[in-house]
Design a protein around this ligand. Structure first.
Ligand code: AQP
Length: 409
């Protein structure tokens, strides 16, 4: 039976992007697949959090998941920190991943940039991109000199490039005349990224490795996520392949499952940026628990485009395209075809608001019922953690043995 795993951070109010990009397919998966879903509370520690509310947010996140339709009789729902194997496997995988791979992670760069007060945002981002470009150039120039290259090539080309990268940085800055310039540029750009990321937590940097551990622990074949998680999923695949190639068959190499529509819901106030729990303004984010009048107000005030044409064109008309995609995702339609039905933005906004209100109505009602019985909610999570640990402990033991660690006892 196909195994499914996915998670959500209790880092803010769950929004319509989380619902359309992820939760909906989690619910659909549970009847046919062996499904594990977790509230990844450890990930929520990677940026500023309120320790007074984190536990409540974790419970509220679990309640939202039950409210959208997860059924503990059909799936395993648990809290990540209740299963210590996640952090234990993360360490083994940290000793498998490279700095170069983690430095490439877009979400790290974006979140670091936001956390950086001193530098103007663009310079930090540019520095990160510049560093990667220079490192990539050096990596290909000195690929044959890397000691790790042979082992990595056996796993996959993508893995090989990543492993070579770190070796190449050192080599380029040492002696090779044809790569010295780009090596120096890489070092300078790296330095600027380091400065810019000085305020970021180490956990933000290593977050994708913990996410890989979350997935690989459960031998997940399929990981239903929104579009923003594709890169992290690719890293999980890379680490699984490399580990298997170095230490013997240990992990299932997972596949991302990204929905065709609704995979990247954009902020209603800034449709060039994805809707987010921790970053978007309240006006730009539709919470799955927003009452109907609030949903309607937010949609009515959504930023559109200067002309009046309703057309699905995410590059030149991001605001209207986002509304069309929301409508398509909520009504199982097609955003391009839906565009033909509208001559002006007002009617489109009314229909989007109606569709979201109807979609979310049962979620709000069920959420209140779940929250009315906190004892039952805790029981579901305790039971879920017990079931999750059985699978996780076996995988961790397998990985530890394959890596050569002495078994306890
Ligand atoms: N805007 C989005 N559109 C579609 N899918 C989305 N997801 C997140 N934002 C959108 C998907 O929701 C799942 C849970 O997300 P997460 O908690 O792992 O965190 P995230 O991806 O970093 O999303 P947020 O809401 O922006 O959280 P913060 O602000 O804390 O970083 C994932 O499958 C994600 O792809």
């Amino acid at each position: 039976m196909t195994r499914v795993l996915s998670g959500v951070q209790p880092s803010g109010d769950m929004h319509i992007g989380n619902y359309l990009g992820a939760f909906r397919s989690w619910v659909a998966s549970q009847a046919e697949h062996d499904s594990f879903y977790c509230i990844v509370d450890l990930h929520a520690l990677t940026s500023e959090h309120d320790r007074g509310t984190l536990a409540d947010r974790t419970l509220a996140a679990a309640a939202v998941l039950l409210a959208v339709g997860l059924d503990p009789a059909q799936c395993t729902l648990f809290v990540q920190s209740h299963v210590p194997e996640h952090t234990q496997l993360a360490w083994l995988l940290e000793c498998t991943a490279t700095m170069g791979e983690l430095r490439r992670m877009t979400q790290f760069k974006e979140k670091t940039r936001r956390a950086t007060a001193e530098d103007p945002p663009a310079s930090a981002a540019d520095a990160a991109v510049e560093a990667d470009a220079a490192v990539d150039a050096d990596a290909s120039a000195s690929a044959s000199a890397s000691a790790d290259a042979a082992a990595s090539a056996a796993a996959s080309a993508a893995v090989a490039v990543a492993v070579e990268t770190d070796a190449a940085v050192g080599e380029a800055s040492a002696a090779q005349p044809e790569t010295a310039g780009s090596g120096r540029r890489a070092a300078e750009a790296d330095e600027r990224v380091r400065d810019a990321s000085g305020a970021a937590r180490v956990g933000l940097f290593t977050y994708p490795v913990l996410m890989a551990a979350d997935i690989l622990l459960y031998d997940a074949d399929r990981v239903p996520v929104g579009d923003d998680q594709r890169q992290h999923l690719e890293l999980a695949r890379t680490l699984a392949s490399r580990f298997n190639s170095r230490y013997g068959a240990t992990f299932v190499v997972p596949q991302a499952a990204v929905p065709a529509v609704g995979a990247r819901v954009m902020d209603l106030q800034d449709p060039t940026r994805k809707m987010s729990k921790s970053v978007s303004s309240p006006q730009g984010t539709v919470s799955v628990l927003d009452p109907p009048d609030v949903v309607r107000r937010k949609v009515r005030r959504a930023v559109t485009d200067t002309d009046r044409e309703v057309r699905h064109d995410p590059d030149s008309k991001p605001g209207v395209s986002n509304l069309l995609e929301l409508l398509a995702a909520a009504t199982s339609g097609d955003p391009v075809e839906l565009a033909d039905r509208y001559q002006e933005y007002g009617a489109l906004k009314d229909d989007v608001a109606d569709a979201l209100v109807e979609l979310l109505r049962p979620v709000r009602a069920r959420y209140d019922l779940v929250m009315a019985d906190p004892g039952e909610l805790r029981r579901v999570l305790t039971d879920g953690a017990g079931r999750a640990r059985q699978v996780a402990a076996a995988t961790l033991a397998r990985a530890s043995t394959h890596m050569g660690l002495l078994a306890a006892g």
